[in-house]
Design a protein around this ligand. Structure first.
Ligand SMILES: [Zn+2]
Length: 100
């Protein structure tokens, strides 16, 4: 499980949804920055971006596109990114050494 390097709080969905970019997460508990591994995070971000773009391109003309299609897609994309972080597929860099 992916945790904050400072306070060991598991990365929450709130952490992901409140992030400005996929790489600048901030712990919802202690507000310390959580560094996402640029390789695994980058791969996940590219895959998710391509999926969102595919929806954008193919569904653009649909009725109720922005609220009915794009918004749920973006929420789904954030949710997927969160699941990948929690599953450990997108790695979190340890910012401080743990001396337990
Ligand atoms: Zn923390």
């Amino acid at each position: 499980m992916s945790k904050c390097g400072s306070c060991q709080t598991p990365v929450s969905i709130k952490t992901v949804f409140s992030a400005l970019t996929p790489f600048s997460l901030r712990c919802s508990q202690c507000k310390e920055p959580i560094k996402v591994d640029s390789i695994t995070g980058g791969i996940a971000a590219v895959i998710i971006l391509v999926a969102v773009l595919a929806v954008f391109v193919t569904q653009r003309g649909a009725d109720n596109f922005w609220v009915g299609i794009l918004l749920p897609t973006l929420i789904g994309a954030e949710l997927l990114y969160f699941i990948l972080i929690r599953a450990g597929l997108v790695r979190i860099k340890k910012t401080t050494e743990n001396t337990n």
